[in-house]
Design a protein around this ligand. Structure first.
Ligand code: THU
Length: 140
């Protein structure tokens, strides 16, 4: 299943809108019913407005009422439109880690994040990627 999710992330990068960086990223979310929600990065001429692939996928799931159904995440990306071509895994940026934390805290699941590279993928948990994070509990 993890390998299938990584494949879906790689396929999602096909729809990356990344004319400024040419760094194409795809993300895939596994839902509790086995279905997959994907996203790709969506850049803007005003660079800072860019949305990352993980954020797009999570917002898609949320707007379909599926935020609490997310069980795992895969991400794949690469420069010059070559996805999952580098030896090192592409891991979520800091902002995406924070957004993934919101899901992990909602579901009480330390979500696995499968990060693609040329030879397959590495799996990290959200708490490995974002230790000591700020979340809903911090507001109480
Ligand atoms: N990007 C993502 O989509 N996800 C990440 O976790 C890291 C960065 C995108 C943003 C931008 O369009 C491009 O990759 C280069 O930073």
């Amino acid at each position: 299943m993890s390998a299938e999710l990584v494949k879906a992330a790689i396929a999602a990068a096909e729809y990356a809108y990344a004319p400024y960086s040419n760094f194409h990223v795809g993300a895939a979310l596994l839902l509790d019913d086995g279905s997959i929600v994907t996203g790709s990065n969506f850049e803007n001429a005003s660079y800072g407005m860019t949305l990352c692939a993980e954020t797009v996928a999570i917002a898609k799931a949320s707007s379909d009422g599926k935020l609490r159904a997310i069980r795992a995440i895969a991400v794949a990306g690469g420069a010059d439109g070559k996805v999952a071509a580098s030896a090192d895994p592409i891991t979520p940026c800091g902002r995406c880690r924070q957004i993934i934390k919101e899901v992990a805290d909602l579901t009480q699941i330390d979500l696995p994040v499968h990060c693609a590279h040329a030879d397959g993928f590495e799996t990290y948990t959200l708490s490995q990627l974002l230790p000591h994070g700020f979340g809903p509990a911090s507001l109480r």
